[in-house]
Design a protein around this ligand. Structure first.
Ligand code: JHZ
Length: 409
C-alpha cells in the first residue's frame, strides 16, 4: 500500500527523488523448495517531506510480513557490533549510575547482543522484539524478551504493572516502524521522569553523500537527520539533547540522546546548524541523488560484465539486506555472481531474494577461490578483510560497490 501523506507530520507534500524499482523484500531469503514460487515484490521509492524533514519510502509493507518468523538478522554475528554495544552499555552504566534498582528497556533487542552486558552485572532489563527467532536466542541467554511490536498500547500496559524505564535504547529500529508517532508516544509514556532515551540509526547525510543507496529497503521506512529527530521528539514532548557520531558503523551512525527536558548540549546546536547550512531541510539537497545512484549502477554492472567476459569468477560476501537491494537494483544475477557467503549460519542453504544465488559458509571463499568477491556487507569492510587474510594472500580480490565501485587487493 502506498502512503499519500508523511508518516510523521501528516503533510501531503511528499517530494519524490529516487525510484529503485519493484524489488523483493530484502530479508526474505528464499528456501530451495520455494525457488519456483513467485516472490512478493513491492515498489521502492524515496520521498522528502519538508514539514518533518524526513526522507521516507512510500510503500507500507505490513510489519508482520517484514519481521515475522523468517527474520534471520542476528546482531551477534558482527564482532564490531558486539564491541560497540558493550562500550555503549558500559558507558550508560557509568554515566547513569545504573544498579539493581534500575530498569533498562531495549526496543528491538534482537538476540540480546546488547542487554546481556547489563544482565552480566545484575541490572534489570527488558527486551522487546517482534521477531521470534532472535528473541528466542535472547531468552536462551537469560535476557528476558517479549515477542511484541512496541507502541503506546504496550507502554501503557508495562507502566500499569511495573516501573518506568531509566534507560530506553532504540538502536536500528527508529527506521523500522510504520507508525513513528505511536512508537514515539510509547517511549514518552515508558520513560521515567529523569530517564534517557538513546536512539541509534544510520545518518541520512552519509547515505546521500557516500551514495549508500543499498541501505534503502522496505524495512527502512525512514532515513533520519538530526533535524527530523528534533522535530519528531518535540511533537511528543520529548527533546533531543545530545548527538554522538560513529563514522564507520553501518556506513555512518548517529546516537541521539533524548529526554523529557529541553537541555541541548552544544552538539545539538552544531548538528542542526550544519544540516541547515547543507540544506538538508530542503528538497534541493536530495534532488541530484538519483543521478549518482544511476552512475554506480552503470559502473558496477559494467565492471562485473567485463570481468566475466575475461573469464573471471565472482562471488559475493554478505547475505545482508543491503546486499539484496544492491544486486536486485543493479541486476546482478547468477550470470555475474555465482554464490554469496555469510557468517550467519541461519542463512546457509537459502537463496538471495530475487536473484537466487545460494548462501554458503564463508569457508567457500578459500575452498573455491573465486577471482573476485563483491563486498555486499561493505559496512564491515575492515572486519571482513581482516578475517579473509588467507583469501587475499592467495590472490583473491574484493570489489567494494559504494560510494563508487573499487577493486581492493
Ligand atoms: P548487515 C542490518 O542490515 C539489519 P543489513 C537492519 N535492517 C538494520 O537496520 C541495519 O543493519 C543497520 C554477515 N557478516 O549487518 C552478517 C558476515 O558474514 O550489514 C549479515 O548477514 N561476516 C536491522 O542486513 C551480513 O553480513 C562478518 O564478518 O544490510 C551483514 O549485514 C560480518 C561482520 C557480517 O546488515
Amino acid at each position: 500500500m502506498k502512503i499519500d501523506k508523511c508518516r510523521a507530520s501528516g503533510s501531503t507534500d511528499l517530494l519524490p527523488f529516487l525510484d529503485l524499482g519493484v524489488t523483493p523484500l530484502a530479508d526474505a531469503l528464499v528456501r530451495p523448495e520455494d525457488l519456483d514460487k513467485p516472490e512478493p515484490r513491492f515498489p521502492l521509492n524515496l520521498v522528502f517531506c519538508p514539514e518533518s524533514a524526513l526522507v521516507q519510502i512510500t510503500e507500507d509493507v505490513p510489519e508482520d510480513q517484514l519481521f515475522d518468523g523468517n527474520y534471520l538478522y542476528f546482531s551477534s554475528f558482527s564482532d564490531v557490533v558486539l564491541k560497540h554495544s558493550r562500550e555503549h552499555a558500559l558507558a550508560l552504566i557509568e554515566e547513569r549510575k545504573l544498579d539493581g534498582n534500575s530498569l533498562v528497556v531495549e526496543l528491538a533487542s534482537n538476540d540480546g547482543y546488547l542487554l546481556k552486558n547489563f544482565v552480566e552485572v545484575d541490572i534489570p532489563v527488558l527486551g522487546i522484539d517482534p521477531s521470534s527467532e532472535p528473541a528466542a536466542a535472547a531468552n536462551a541467554i537469560d535476557v528476558p524478551t517479549l515477542v511484541e511490536f512496541f507502541g503506546e498500547d504496550m507502554a501503557d500496559r508495562l507502566v500499569a504493572t511495573g516501573p518506568k524505564a531509566d534507560v530506553i535504547i532504540a538502536n536500528n529500529v527508529f527506521a523500522h516502524i510504520p507508525d513513528i508517532n505511536d512508537f514515539t508516544a510509547g517511549m514518552k509514556t515508558l520513560l521515567a521522569d529523569d530517564g534517557v532515551i538513546h536512539i541509534e540509526n544510520p545518518y541520512v547525510r552519509d547515505l546521500i553523500e557516500h551514495c549508500e543507496f543499498d541501505t534503502i529497503y522496505h524495512e527502512h521506512f525512514y532515513y533520519h537527520s538530526c533535524t527530523s529527530i528534533d522535530r519528531q521528539m518535540r511533537k511528543h514532548g520529548l527533546f533531543l539533547n545530545h548527538v554522538e557520531y560513529f563514522p564507520t558503523l553501518h556506513g555512518g551512525t548517529l546516537r541521539w540522546h533524548c529526554g523529557h527536558n529541553d537541555e541541548p548540549s552544544e552538539t545539538v546546536r552544531e548538528y542542526l546548524a550544519a544540516e541547515r547550512a547543507a540544506g538538508m531541510d530542503t528538497f534541493a539537497y536530495y534532488e541530484a541523488f538519483a543521478d549518482r545512484v544511476a552512475g554506480v549502477k552503470r559502473d558496477l554492472h559494467e565492471l562485473l560484465t567485463d570481468l566475466r567476459a575475461q573469464g573471471k569468477t565472482i562471488a559475493a560476501y554478505g547475505a545482508a539486506a543491503k546486499g539484496a537491494t544492491l544486486i536486485n537494483f543493479v541486476g546482478i544475477g547468477t550470470d555475474l555472481v555465482d554464490f554469496v557467503v555469510d557468517r550467519n549460519t541461519h542463512k546457509h542453504g537459502l537463496h538471495m531474494p530475487g536473484t537466487h544465488q545460494v548462501v554458503k559458509d564463508v569457508s567457500a571463499l578459500v575452498d573455491e577461490m573465486p577471482d573476485y568477491v563483491l563486498l555486499l556487507a561493505w559496512n564491515f569492510k575492515d572486519e571482513i578483510m581482516a578475517q579473509q587474510a588467507e583469501y587475499l594472500s592467495r590472490g583473491g580480490k574484493f570489489i567494494v560497490p559504494v560510494p563508487t565501485p573499487q577493486i581492493v587487493e
